[in-house]
Design a protein around this ligand. Structure first.
Ligand code: SF4
Length: 669
């Protein structure tokens, strides 16, 4: 008997049209949990580094997290994994909404797609009935429109549809997969779906998911719900509005955008507008949001309502996804009305709301500085907002200059040449980074940015406050009920963190402290991504309802796996290392772990080197950021160690044993 998971994956060969229901190995669940963890193992086993993103041998995996489909509040994430055309690394993009629980109710944990269909198709899963259906009539249709048309065609109004728009069909490197209230956007996974000639994956399920210890599990769920209520009634004082509560990240409820508009950069991620937010802007933006926001909505089984339906004048209603609220507005140096309008088109086309605006602003800066000329933009309107709509349209169709821009700023700059590389200044690991520009380097965020392999906002932030509170008494009040910490030492780190003086950034938290904090934050993200939990209730906000102390209980009672904090930590570290191993095998190393040069105004090369050196040693990676043989074997990843030795990525006995936190070989699993 399998609990929480179904124990079955769907294997779909799009080239041959073959569909199989395959039983999975429960030992893999113990070792890698599920979701991202088992996805990483499948990519390791079946997608060697020679396989290119647009090869039929590249896999596209839709995985429901281990606890999706159980009553665990907010546990609804689908983890989509493939090799990204943008970064050429393993992408693992998450979407909320309703799709993952529906897949579980249909009787599957993952859908694993390989090959390429000769014609455009969609996959329809209805419990045991699974078929590939013609989608040629949906070519060029928007993602929301596609979902509606498919539901009508199937007469299945409750089907959950994950679809690509025109961007995915045309293999735009930052194409997303859109699904109701959410999308999987980072890494260009929509382009891989388009390359496979797969327009949508549609699922309807009516089966049950078994829980190992239902009474215990429900008690845990009730505790979480009660704590969510408590946190909603007790926002954290002294932090920006978006950090005061829970959610992911509640942008659609927030009117006060002072922090984002004054700290994130505008245009091509260069200009900070320090005094942008004033009473007039606040009033105008509040009116815009209140007029266009028609309803606040939640993902499956969550009370948080942090998304919203938006109805821009003259356009169909769509569901806004958190920070896309501001990305188009800021890239175009425009207002909220423009941002909410163009995001409708962008959602239909299916593009990543972080990359797409930056690519367009990059193109216009190149035009302004004469690297591109008017001839590259024939017919482009004169007005600023019109230009963004024109560019978006050309990019998703890959028309003219849009064909170059569709490859993202890193690759487009290389193609354009003539110094364009200097304008693609906001990338890390070949991918557009958040347009966040700050003054002083923060050691925690330096490490999160540099060594992160997902490259999105929720993956970079975490449960430790982003900045010290001004007074010690505020910090003392904060730590009083901070039971989520893995260890009491984190409270001391925070208590001693001062806004100025010896214990302030960039030298405090010290490199060893920063390692501890980053390790905790990262561990939580990886656990969420395996369980299918929304980061907005766990790894992203301060004082969340899910944490290292109750997660093992959820897994034990839900999945029936005997779990404690140590075992959970080992599992998370194991598949975190496996994600890195997948990317190491694809050439990622220390040279790639560089946050954009202008991410912080003040940089400290020696400190940054020390931070990376210390963190690599802490993680059991060598000075190039590659997990050592000792580390790999310690996690039971002998097959990775052997592969690295055979490929010459590691040399036999060349390990420097990690200084700290040496993983113990987990003999129980
Ligand atoms: S917290 Fe917000 S984003 Fe997360 S599951 Fe709930 S509604 Fe969805």
């Amino acid at each position: 008997m399998r609990y929480a998971e179904t124990g079955y994956n769907l294997e779909v060969d799009l080239t041959r049209g073959n569909i199989e229901r395959v039983e999975t190995d429960p030992r893999d669940t113990e070792l890698y949990l599920g979701g991202l963890g088992t996805n990483a193992k499948i990519i390791w086993d079946r997608v060697p580094p020679e396989v290119e993103p647009f090869s039929p041998d590249n896999l596209l995996i839709f995985a429901a997290g281990l606890l999706c489909g159980t009553p665990a509040t907010g546990c609804n994430r689908t983890i989509v994994t493939t090799i990204s055309p943008q970064t050429e690394l393993m992408a693992f993009s998450m979407m909320g909404g309703f799709w993952a629980p529906e897949l579980k109710y249909a009787g599957y944990d993952k859908v694993i797609l390989r090959g390429k269909s000769p014609d455009l198709v969609y996959l329809y899963i209805h419990n045991d009935k699974v078929e590939l259906r013609d989608a040629t009539h949906l070519r060029g249709k928007g993602s929301i429109e596609t979902a509606e048309l498919i539901r009508r065609e199937l007469k299945e109004p409750k089907a959950q549809v994950a679809a690509i728009g025109m961007a995915g069909e045309n293999r735009v490197f930052f194409a997303s997969i859109e699904q109701g209230r959410s999308s999987a956007s980072r890494g260009g996974i929509g382009a891989v779906m388009g390359d496979k000639n797969l327009k949508a994956v549609v699922v309807r399920g009516t089966k049950d998911v078994s829980i190992a210890k239902p009474m215990e599990f429900m008690e845990l769920c009730n505790e979480v719900l009660e704590y969510i209520k408590f946190r909603n009634e007790h926002p954290i004082p002294g932090v920006m509005p978006i950090l005061a509560g829970l959610g992911s990240p509640q942008e659609m409820k927030v009117h006060d955008e002072k922090w984002h508009t004054e700290n994130f950069s505008w245009g091509n991620s260069r200009t900070r507008r320090k005094d942008f937010w004033n009473e007039d802007v606040a009033r105008e933006w509040t009116e815009t949001l209140d007029t266009m926001r028609t309803r606040l909505i939640s993902c499956y089984n969550c009370p948080m309502t942090c998304g919203a339906t938006i109805s821009p004048p003259g356009m169909p209603t769509y569901m806004m996804k958190c920070f896309s609220k501001l990305t188009y507005t800021m890239a175009a140096m425009s207002d909220l009305e423009f941002g909410l309008g163009i995001a409708q088109s962008a959602t239909e086309y299916g593009v990543d709301g972080f990359s797409a605006p930056q690519v367009m602003a990059f193109a216009l800066e190149l035009l302004e500085d004469g690297i591109l000329t008017d001839e590259d933009f024939p017919g482009m309107p004169e007005d600023n907002e019109g230009r963004f709509y024109w560019l978006l349209d050309h990019i998703v169709r890959r028309e003219g200059i849009g064909d170059v821009l569709a490859n993202g700023t890193y690759w487009a700059a290389k193609q354009i040449g003539k110094g364009a590389e200097a304008y693609a200044h906001n990338n890390i690991k070949k991918h557009e980074q958040l347009p966040l520009k700050l003054s002083m380097l923060n050691p925690i965020y330096f490490l999160m940015y540099a060594t992160g392999e997902k490259i999105n906002i929720t993956q970079i932030e975490g449960q430790f406050p982003q900045a010290p509170f001004p007074k010690r008494e505020h910090r003392e009040a904060f730590v009083k009920d901070w039971f989520q910490v893995p260890d009491e030492k984190f409270k001391q780190y925070f208590l001693d963190w001062e806004p100025r003086g010896d214990n302030s950034i960039p030298y405090y938290p010290t490199p060893p402290m920063a390692c501890d904090i980053v390790d905790w934050q990262e561990r939580m993200h990886y656990i969420d991504d395996a369980l299918g939990m929304c980061a907005g209730l766990s790894s992203f906000p301060l004082k969340p309802p899910y944490h290292l102390h109750n997660y093992p209980k959820f897994i034990s009672a839900g999945a029936g796996i005997d779990m404690d904090t140590e075992k959970l930590t080992q599992a998370a570290k194991r598949y975190r290392t496996l994600v890195r191993a997948n990317n190491t095998r694809r050439g990622m190393s220390r040279k790639d772990e560089k946050p954009p040069k202008d991410h912080w105004k003040k940089r400290f090369p020696e400190l940054e080197k020390e931070l990376l050196d210390t963190y690599y040693a802490f993680k059991g990676w060598n000075e190039d950021g590659i997990p050592t043989e000792t580390t790999l074997r310690g996690f039971g990843l002998d097959y990775v160690a052997d592969d690295f030795l055979a490929r010459g990525i590691l040399k036999k006995d060349a390990d420097t044993p990690p200084k700290d936190d040496a993983p113990e070989k987990d003999k129980e699993v």
